[in-house]
Design a protein around this ligand. Structure first.
Ligand code: ACO
Length: 440
């Protein structure tokens, strides 16, 4: 697919009619290779004195990107042109990280070099480890992640020059490689258990599981079913176009902030329940429903306009057909649940029944509400033994691949401009200052 042959300036134009000013303006249309073309409004303020108004950026393209494409109507998610289903089926997380970063799937040799590079950077500076002691034991692991990842800037001075491609490369490797170590340490700290150092002969997910769940008092045996399922979860969360946290990374990076600080900003954004926290809400909901005979009651509540309750894990701002990631995860859930035995089975069966009933319900059909990625991920992660507080941390770990790729793409552009949105001002005009004793 010759994407660059198709992208570029189109012949189309848009005419703006403002009757009060009798204004007609032609704006160029830039062609996309997939999805909607964009209206180039950069000259709008200069030529006509208007800003565009788009709170929440529902219709605004903030950048050019060749990394990820989503067609929400058709339920398509592509990374560098490869469908997420194909990647989940045939690839692994590090290969997807390579693809996101460098644009192509690696050859055998490129992959070996990449693995070696990642392995070289899995450890963190011993001094950094002391940071953990400064946190309360009951700190949320995401609070630790924001702090410790930001603090990497204070340790790796040799990879802070964003204008040097080699330094950008090393910073990217460091972030992808160290994130599992930092995340597992955040968990171990809150548990009061000793930190476990990385083992570079293990796969990415396998190594992370070992750092999370092994203790010095016992031998640790890897479970390939769980490692593979976790690797899949990482693939499915690796990138998702210009979402809130990715846009945060880009905006922070646009001021030429260093990459560690930018990724810490992304983690902060991801922490919000509207972004990374929905799988936790799904679990809470399933536990509240409790048994299959109460599903009908909760579906009725979701349909009721006077009840604020929503079926968590259903619906998506972008996907209006199906969330392709949810389909893949449904399979993984079966595999993990089979492996982990019966304890989690009732919750999973409850989820399957809820899904079945909702998908047959007119309300959900009419509104195109389908299970999203969060519907299954919480169930799988819980069955693997992850506490709920770690769910968003795992998301951040995987999304780091996307964040660094998007950040690199932005910094590699020939022209750098600081991100600076405008506003529609709705406050007072200029007014007189009144001394305090005269106010009342
Ligand atoms: N349960 C019941 N009704 C719903 C749900 C739901 N989960 N989601 C949407 N609806 C209804 C709305 O009430 C609305 O109905 P109306 O047209 O009669 O007023 C209609 O469907 C459209 O809903 P919007 O809120 O306009 O859809 P939007 O695209 O803005 O919202 C969102 C998407 C926020 C994800 C929503 O579907 C939701 O709240 N889902 C539950 C939370 C959730 O699972 N979030 C995770 C998202 S995935 C992710 O972030 C990785």
């Amino acid at each position: 697919m010759a994407k660059h042959e198709q992208a570029g300036q189109g012949t189309g134009s848009i005419t703006l009619n403002d009757n009060s000013r009798q204004l007609q303006l032609e704006l160029p249309v830039l062609k996309a290779t997939q999805g909607p073309d964009v209206i180039d409004v950069r000259g709008l303020y200069r030529d006509a004195g208007y800003f565009t108004y788009d709170p929440g950026f529902t219709s605004t393209a903030s950048c050019d990107s060749a990394i990820t494409f989503i067609d929400g109507e058709k339920g398509i998610l592509l990374h560098r042109g490869y469908s997420i289903e194909t990647l989940a089926e045939n690839s692994d997380f590090l290969e997807v990280a390579y693809l996101l970063l460098f644009g192509e799937l690696p050859t055998e040799q490129q992959r070996a070099v990449f693995d070696e590079e990642i392995a070289t950077h899995t450890m963190v500076d011993e001094q950094l480890i002391r940071f953990y002691n400064g946190f309360r034991r009951d700190a949320h692991p995401m609070a630790i992640m924001v702090g410790v990842v930001g603090a990497l800037s204070a340790f790796y001075h040799d990879s802070l020059d964003i204008h040097d491609p080699d330094q950008r490369h090393i910073a990217s490797m460091r972030l992808i490689a160290k994130m599992p170590t930092i995340a597992a340490m955040a968990y171990k700290y809150t548990r009061g258990q000793p930190f476990v150092y990385p083992r570079n002969e293990l796969g990415y997910a396998e190594n992370f599981l070992r750092m999370m769940f092994s203790v010095p008092a016992e031998d640790y045996r890897s479970n390939p079913v769980l490692s593979q399922a976790l690797d899949r979860i990482f693939i499915l969360h690796a990138d998702h176009e210009q979402n809130a946290s990715t846009s945060t990374v880009r905006l922070a990076g646009s001021s030429q902030a260093n990459p560690f600080a930018c990724i810490a900003a992304g983690i902060a954004s991801l922490w919000g329940p509207a972004h990374g926290g929905a799988n936790e809400a799904v679990l809470k909901m399933l536990m509240e429903i409790g048994s299959k005979d109460r599903i009908g009651e909760y579906i009725a509540r979701a349909r009721d306009k006077n009840d604020p309750f929503r079926l968590m894990g259903f619906g998506h701002r972008v996907y209006k057909n199906h969330d392709p990631r949810a389909r893949v995860l449904r399979e993984s859930a079966h595999a993990v649940l089979r492996e982990m035995g019966s304890e989690e089975q009732p919750l999973f069966e409850l989820a399957l029944e809820l899904e079945r009933m909702a998908l047959e319900d007119d309300y959900f059909i009419e509104r195109k509400l389908f299970p999203n990625v969060d519907f299954y991920s919480g169930i799988i992660l819980r069955a693997m033994g992850f506490p709920v507080s770690m769910f968003t941390v795992l998301f951040a770990l995987a999304r780091t691949a996307g964040w660094v790729s998007q950040w690199n793409e932005m910094i590699s552009e020939p022209v750098q401009r600081i991100g600076r949105p405008r506003q529609r001002y709705i406050g007072y005009g200029p007014r007189e200052f009144i001394p305090r004793d005269k106010r009342g």
